[in-house]
Design a protein around this ligand. Structure first.
Ligand SMILES: [Zn+2]
Length: 292
């Protein structure tokens, strides 16, 4: 066993990774060595120029309206791994995408937001972490912003933000929580292939960033920010050629990829070819007689 791995991963970080034990365990080298070979990392700056508009498969959420949350502070000295996390009981929530059902394990927050929107940094971001039967991860992200006159606050989280666990030994239990209050009615999103934003930064994570922010009170944002005064957000990562897909009208400015043009031209050529054959076969029908 490579002991340097343990020097790089403090125990608390390992603890945080334990939730993800079933991820592809590609820890043959050190974390730094692995990171050097990884090219689909999160978070990213979601920009219009790298985003393509298209119809996206629907997200079918099935969330309990009355569940119990166990909120912990995983309190690692490693800034990347620190967060207040609400653990959700098994069976309390799921999302189905492309026929695959992912179960909600937990949700947590980052300050400031990790993913950016055209360079804009929201004060916070929420991540709902789902995994399917094969332990593939899907993270539903939602930007969090301060409520104002046009955007009333979602108050369901007030009890949590007014009683955040300040140490790693506390677990605060909140009963009768409606998970549906975490989602907007409009599920338009940005989707890309990425990674965990905390060690071991494993890739193969499907990201769905909901376009509509979650508005909470400034007091709630202040409460979370004061618990993590240095922030608990990873810096943005290179896209390395990735294209973000979106069904948000008017956001994307990425032109179709060259392959799309090639396919379009091939399609037109095929249509022309078929039309020409039909026209030829009609004209030769008389001389061939009926072949049926
Ligand atoms: Zn996160």
């Amino acid at each position: 066993m490579d002991r340097s791995l343990f020097r790089l991963l403090p125990l608390a970080t390992l603890g945080s990774a334990l939730f993800l034990v079933s991820l592809p365990a590609a820890h043959a080298g050190t974390l730094a060595e692995n990171l050097a070979t990884m090219e689909q990392q999160s978070p990213i700056d979601i920009t219009s120029q790298d985003t393509k508009f298209q119809a996206l498969p629907p997200l079918q959420f099935n969330l309990s309206s009355d569940t119990t949350l166990s909120v912990i502070n995983n309190g690692s000295p490693d800034v990347y791994a620190t967060a207040a996390r609400a653990i959700v009981p098994a069976g309390a929530g799921s999302v189905t995408l492309n026929g695959d059902t992912y179960n909600l394990a937990q949700f947590h927050f980052h300050t400031p937001a990790e993913n950016l929107e055209n360079g804009h940094t929201y004060p916070m971001e929420m991540h709902l972490v789902f995994s399917d039967a094969s332990n593939n991860l899907l993270v539903v992200g939602r930007w969090v912003d301060a409520s104002d006159a046009h955007n009333p606050p979602q108050t369901s989280l007030d009890p949590i933000f007014s009683d955040l666990p300040k140490t790693t030994t506390e677990t605060h239990v909140f009963n009768h929580f409606d998970l549906n209050t975490l989602l907007p009615s409009n599920l338009e999103s940005f989707r890309y292939d990425g990674s965990l934003t905390t060690p071991p930064f494993s890739e193969g994570v499907k990201w769905v960033d909901l376009a509509q922010p979650l508005y909470i009170s400034q007091a709630d944002i202040n409460a979370y920010s004061s618990l993590f005064p240095n922030g608990d957000a990873r810096e943005i990562q290179d896209l390395n050629g990735r294209i973000v897909l979106t069904d948000v009208p008017g956001f994307a400015s990425a032109v179709p990829e060259p392959e799309t043009y090639a396919m379009l031209l091939a399609g037109l050529a095929l249509i022309g070819f078929v039309a020409a054959r039909r026209s030829r076969s009609r004209s030769s029908f008389g001389s061939m007689g009926s072949i049926a």
